[in-house]
Design a protein around this ligand. Structure first.
Ligand code: EPU
Length: 343
């Protein structure tokens, strides 16, 4: 198996910060995974393309960066089954499907990252999420040293959540994702920026429109380092929502059907006056306040300091706790913002 010691993550994280791993492993076969499992590593981080990861300090744990490639298609009467290996690029995979007239993922075009990272945080955009089409995930378990299948229902998908970032974290890794695309396809135009399209629109046209919306709103991480939305949109209870909406009738909100309401974190941040704010080489993007950008900071800690500043402000103005969707990696492994603040 390919191994590098030491390994700089600078080129493989979209915040473009420098951090050094003592070693990196690049498994591309099941035998490589068995070899890795036999090492019984205690502190490591599994890295896809690094579009949702913030390396906070000068050093990182050991990196495991899978290199599984390949796409298989199976035609059935009512659906097309597509199995994509974890290290395929997500946007190229979406484009590949649409070109072959396999429709469904068009709303998820241009999301940066790999196929294997997609189920971990159940990527979603413009009214569609990965869970809508994910049939199963092929997993390698480090303890049993065997592959196993997680069916859709076992993946515990939720808004930016899955079993892979919770109880299965660091217990193994994703080898491939299998999708089921029903042939009876209908464009999903529920998102405000897509409503003008005719219901008979082609998936290719939807994809082109999504690309246009994203390019207009979101900074290209290759040009201005960022990881997309830094925070999740918070879900608050109905009572708090009623109080807030009486004061801020224009607050964008999305009822969740259980009495709770999801509110737009970008709007909350903008209302605190932090949109466009810059300090120590990092900042809040001027067009989309949910995106934190790295202008020229060398170290991830400045982004975390900014994230703490934002969460404190949002807490004091709205009494809402923002939770990062970006995964933060420290020399001892992953930590959330609360664990970091508590030392
Ligand atoms: N808004 C503001 N100010 C801002 C940003 C947003 O007022 O600075 C308002 C918008 O006007 C809109 C609402 O907030 O009324 C929601 O904004 P937007 O439609 O841009 O979407 P979002 O909730 O900020 C989420 C996802 C994005 C995804 C879009 C579109 C999360 C954390 N983010 O953003 O996903 O592309 O919806 O579906 O759920 C990502 O996860 O990296 C990502 C980019």
């Amino acid at each position: 198996m390919k191994t590098l010691s030491p390994f700089s993550v600078k080129e493989t994280n979209s915040f473009n910060v420098e951090s050094i791993a003592p070693r990196a492993y690049f498994p591309k076969t099941i035998d490589d995974l068995v070899e890795l499992a036999n090492l019984s590593l205690s502190n490591f981080y599994i890295l896809g393309e690094g579009f949702n990861t913030l390396f906070v300090k000068e050093t990182t744990p050991i990196i495991i960066k899978p290199e599984f490639k390949g796409i298989e298609i199976q035609e059935h009467e009512h659906c097309t089954i597509v199995k994509a290996a974890a290290s395929e690029n997500w946007h190229s995979f979406v484009g590949f499907c649409i070109e072959k007239r396999i429709n469904g993922l068009e709303n998820l075009a241009l999301i940066p990252g790999s196929v294997g990272a997609a189920p971990v945080q159940n990527i979603g955009a413009y009214g569609v999420e990965l869970a809508d089409y994910c049939q199963e995930v092929l997993w390698f378990d480090f303890k049993t040293k065997k592959t196993m299948v997680y069916k859709h229902v076992d993946c515990q998908f939720d808004y930016r959540e899955s079993i892979f970032k919770n109880s299965l974290k660091n217990k193994g890794l994703i080898i491939s994702v299998t999708f089921c695309f029903p042939k009876a396809w209908q464009a999903n135009l529920s998102y405000a920026g897509l409503e003008h399209l005719a219901p008979s629109v082609s998936a290719k046209k939807v994809m082109d429109e999504v690309i246009k919306v994203r390019q207009a709103k979101l900074p290209d991480p290759h040009l201005l380092p960022n990881a997309g939305s830094f925070f999740k949109n918070p879900v608050i209870d109905g009572e708090q929502w009623e109080m807030l909406t009486a004061e801020y009738p224009d607050m964008p909100s999305y009822p969740q059907g259980d009495g709770k309401v999801k509110v737009a974190a970008g709007w909350l941040i903008e209302k605190t006056g932090l949109k466009g704010y810059q300090d120590k080489g990092v900042g809040v993007h001027e067009k989309q306040a949910l995106v934190l950008v790295n202008y020229n900071a060398e170290q991830g800690k400045y982004i975390v300091d900014l994230a703490i500043h934002i969460t404190n402000k949002v807490k004091s103005v709205f009494n809402i706790d923002l939770e990062p969707e970006v995964r933060m990696v420290f020399p001892q492994g992953e930590k959330n913002l609360v664990e970091y603040k508590n030392g």
